[in-house]
Design a protein around this ligand. Structure first.
Ligand code: IMP
Ligand code: MG
Length: 179
């Protein structure tokens, strides 16, 4: 698998360190509250399971599948809910857990959809942020790392459904998706 990796951007130990910090911050901000944490499948899966174990809070798990990218590396601009939440979120504090904010289309659209259900609050925690790629104005509430405009794989992030299980956050060799 390593032959598709250009560089290791964030190694496993740095990921762990940052997830701990995010967990501590979120625990502090929501102290005394019940938090509905929404894992955006499949990219946020590994981040989600690590993050929730750092939350010193009463939490409820939810999972959603939204469509954004196809097999390429550019956003379609359209967001479809493929699998919705299991329970209503009215009056709940909701934290969306996402792998990466790129164009901003997915999170911008999804937060609007969830806001319309009248929760107490909706915030977004994304492990990675690529602000240089924004096409819509969107800012995450909790960000693990800000990254350059490179295609990222590993720690849940895929290229064409592959490489999600890499332990580190890596940059994909451009020749892989130029092919
Ligand atoms: P956005 O709607 O353009 O912000 O796209 C967000 C989604 O695109 C994320 O949930 C990822 O699934 C995918 N994505 C964006 N950039 C990357 C990347 O560098 N590697 C892998 N997936 C990415
Ligand atoms: Mg995704």
């Amino acid at each position: 698998m390593e032959d598709v990796v250009e560089t290791v951007l964030i190694p496993e130990d740095k990921i762990k360190e940052r997830v701990k910090e995010l967990g501590a911050q979120i625990s502090k901000d929501y102290k005394g509250k019940t938090l509905t944490v929404v894992c955006i499948l499949r990219g946020a899966s590994l981040f989600f399971v690590d993050l929730v174990r750092e939350l010193d809070l009463d939490v409820r798990f939810e999972f959603m599948v939204v469509s954004s990218y196809g097999s390429g590396t550019t956003s379609s601009g359209e967001v479809k809910i493929v699998q919705d939440l299991a329970k209503p979120i009215r009056d709940k504090d909701v934290l969306i857990v996402e792998d990466i904010i790129d164009s901003g289309n997915t999170m911008s659209a999804l937060t609007k959809v969830l806001q319309a259900r009248e929760p107490a609050s909706v915030k977004v925690c994304a492990f990675l942020d690529k602000p240089s790629r924004r096409t819509v104005d969107f800012k995450g509430d909790y960000i693990g790392f800000t990254v350059e405009d490179k295609f990222i794989i590993g720690y849940g992030l895929d290229y064409d459904e592959k490489y999600r299980n890499l332990k580190d956050i890596c940059v994909l060799k451009p020749e892989v998706y130029m092919k």
